[in-house]
Design a protein around this ligand. Structure first.
Ligand code: SF4
Ligand code: SF4
Length: 103
């Protein structure tokens, strides 16, 4: 699963530069995660770096963006190759969801 940032974000700027996939950017209200680029840090680190660093623990998994470890690794490889990541779970793994849930 990709991760997402809730309204509890205090815009401390800590997570954005530490994301190895450049998945985090400042949104209209607070920092947001692009689920098309978030691999839960699979391929880079053993643990999600943003979760490790966030001082207010506001980065849960996105339950509407279900991905297996294999799909996360495939997304990592696509990002590394410069190709658009294969973003959506396959139809056999659940519904395709393009946007995170509203906070
Ligand atoms: S889990 Fe990793 S890839 Fe996903 S947003 Fe956080 S730092 Fe970036
Ligand atoms: S580390 Fe947490 S509180 Fe700080 S900007 Fe990132 S999500 Fe927001």
């Amino acid at each position: 699963m990709a991760l997402w940032i809730t309204d509890e974000c205090i815009n401390c700027d800590v997570c954005e530069p530490e994301c190895p996939n450049e998945a985090i950017s400042l949104g209209p209200e607070h920092y947001d995660i692009d689920p098309k680029r978030c691999t839960e840090c699979v391929g880079h680190f053993d643990e999600p770096q943003c979760v490790q660093l966030c001082p207010v623990a506001c980065i849960p998994v996105n339950p509407e963006w279900a991905e297996s470890p294999e799909q996360l690794m495939a997304k990592f490889r696509a990002l590394q190759s410069g190709q658009p990541p294969s973003v959506a779970p396959s139809s056999s793994d659940g519904p395709r969801v393009e946007t995170p849930p509203s906070a």
